[in-house]
Design a protein around this ligand. Structure first.
Ligand SMILES: [Zn+2]
Length: 395
């Protein structure tokens, strides 16, 4: 492998210098590969380098493998930007904060991208009148029933021009299921305001790697969690929570499989069909409950004890009140937060996004608690803890 001419030109460098410089150049090249993948190499990352004699082709293969390994480790460290929960990317305004990005009202659902990539919206009832799904008359009955529709592919993006395709860092809708009109408390027998619940499969091609996520329009994941926690194990809200969790697991599995676009589209279509069936069943008003589910409910399957003990130790500055939901949000460590009902029941725990607290306070979604609210919550939490310990001893 020696090359006489090159050797002579570097004759003043010692072998140690030569090897050190070569290794450093390799390391720099891997760093640049990571930068091109939109991130940086993890600090503790290292890789074995094969140095046995080889021909020119073999050296190139080894180099390609090293660069690919650097790219992969970078991507695996980096998740694409989450994107807002209830807004879509508008390719016309290049923003998720313009008026097109969010539904104009709770009864609207996404109706595909316009030619300029702008999301368009349609009232759920109008969508039904256009599509005429089976059982449509149920939505006009008294009391109104809930029906679910699946929309994929051509239903959602056929008018879009190539110049307005979303960029690699944006999420686009590949399909959705819409159920409507659903009562606010997610109980089909519920009274009061209704909304269109849209569950979307969103895709991004981030750093050359396809990622999926589930998006909700009409209500947030937290709303589902809160309703699920305040009802029984058989409540429609709890069933919806599980259905969403199962769909997320399916999408995670799909990300790990190397399928071509047609293969992915088939799987997503199948997932949406399952979701449509689930939503129809959940909001049919029929109730199923297994003995197993009853047992699990009584024993309290949620990991609440850690949340309760975190909450009990929280100072007043770390407790906020969620105004629209009437819940307490307790800021934990490492960006975690625990949500409690007014009666100190643990609703859910979540990871906060960067700046979420500031944003929610500015939008007057969250506010600080008063000393008396704080004291009342602490009393309730202490009682909850004592009761929890008693029931654990009794079982
Ligand atoms: Zn726009």
């Amino acid at each position: 492998m020696s090359n006489t001419r090159k050797k002579n030109s570097k004759s003043d460098a010692s072998p140690i210098d030569t090897v050190a410089q070569a290794l450093h150049r390799v390391q720099r090249a891997l760093e640049r590969a990571a930068e091109r993948a939109g991130g940086r190499l993890p600090d503790d990352w290292s890789i074995d380098v094969e140095l046995s004699a080889a021909d020119r082709g073999e050296w190139h293969e080894r180099a390609a493998a090293l660069l690919e390994a650097a790219r992969e480790v970078t991507l695996s460290e980096k998740r694409p930007p989450r994107g807002p929960d209830d807004a879509l990317w508008c390719c016309q305004c290049k923003s998720a904060e313009c008026d097109h990005a969010t539904a104009p009202g709770p009864r609207y659902t996404f109706d595909g991208y316009a030619a300029t990539g702008k999301p368009t919206w349609i009232p759920f009832v109008e969508l039904c009148l256009r599509r005429r799904p089976p059982g449509m008359d149920r939505i006009f009955a008294e009391p109104a029933g809930v029906i679910a529709l699946k929309c994929v592919g051509d239903d959602l993006g056929e008018h879009r021009l190539a110049a307005f395709e979303p960029g690699p860092e944006t999420w686009e809708v590949v399909g959705q299921v819409v159920a409507g009109l659903v009562p606010q408390d997610l109980d089909p027998r519920g009274q009061g305001d209704r909304f269109a619940l849209t569950i979307q499969v969103l895709r991004t091609n981030f750093g050359g790697q396809v990622r999926f996520r589930l998006g909700l329009i009409g209500c947030t994941r937290r709303h589902v969690d809160i309703q699920a926690a305040s009802g029984s194990e058989r409540s429609p809200a709890e069933q919806l929570r599980r259905t969403l969790a199962a769909a997320r697991r399916t999408l995670e599995k799909l990300e790990r499989r190397s399928l071509d676009e047609a293969g992915q589209a088939d799987r997503i279509s199948a997932l949406l069909s399952t979701l449509r069936g689930d939503l129809s069943r959940i909001f049919s008003g029929k109730v199923h409950r297994t003995k197993h589910a009853q047992r699990r409910h009584r024993s309290g399957a949620r990991p609440t004890s850690q949340a309760v003990s975190d909450a009990r130790g929280a100072s007043m500055e770390r407790v906020l009140f969620d105004i629209p939901r009437e819940t307490f949000v307790i800021l934990g460590r490492k960006g975690r937060a625990h949500v409690f009902s007014r009666s100190a029941r643990h609703v859910t725990s979540m990871r906060l996004e960067d700046g979420e607290v500031t944003r929610k306070k500015r939008r007057q979604r969250w506010r600080e608690v008063t000393p008396s609210e704080y004291q009342a919550l602490r009393r309730q939490l202490n009682n909850a803890q004592i009761q929890g310990e008693r029931s654990a001893e009794a079982s």
